[in-house]
Design a protein around this ligand. Structure first.
Ligand SMILES: [Zn+2]
Ligand SMILES: [Zn+2]
Length: 142
């Protein structure tokens, strides 16, 4: 059994793949339901209004957005932006274009992993010799 401390409330719990305990998760779920209900009754409410109406912390609401559980309806939102290009997005962490790009990059990285790694190592070595190991004996045969 993997026993851990909940990263939210600090209580000990049996780890099951989540960083917070079952109680905190239940609390999150209840908050999410509150937010959801509020939004059903007040479509188009902003985060501040939702937070006031539900007593759910606005940070938590933003987290729900990042998790992709909520979506912003306003095109000109300034709260969520793509972590890659900065364009405003409605949900999640990246805009659609960047999701496509990131997937492409991921595939290329896997395909060309060998040459890329060699390049990286070559650069690393030069840097290390210059700064730290210059003239050191044990580095000559390297
Ligand atoms: Zn907890
Ligand atoms: Zn983007």
């Amino acid at each position: 059994m993997d026993i851990r401390n909940c990263s939210r409330c600090g209580k000990i719990y049996v780890y099951d793949g989540f960083n917070i305990c079952i109680n905190c998760r239940r609390e999150d779920e209840e908050d999410f339901q509150k937010v959801k209900m509020y939004l059903e009754e007040n479509p188009g409410a902003n985060i501040m209004e939702v937070s006031e109406g539900t007593k759910v912390d606005s940070k938590k609401i933003i987290n729900f957005l990042k998790e992709g559980r909520l979506e912003i309806t306003d095109e000109t939102n300034i709260i969520l932006s793509c972590e890659r290009c900065g364009r405003s997005i409605r949900t999640g962490r990246f805009c659609n274009a960047c999701v496509v790009e990131l997937e492409k990059e991921l595939k290329t990285a896997i395909k060309d992993s060998d040459p890329k790694e060699q390049n990286y190592r070559a650069k690393e070595r030069i840097r290390i010799i210059d700064r730290k190991y210059k003239g050191k004996k044990e580095y000559k045969n390297y």
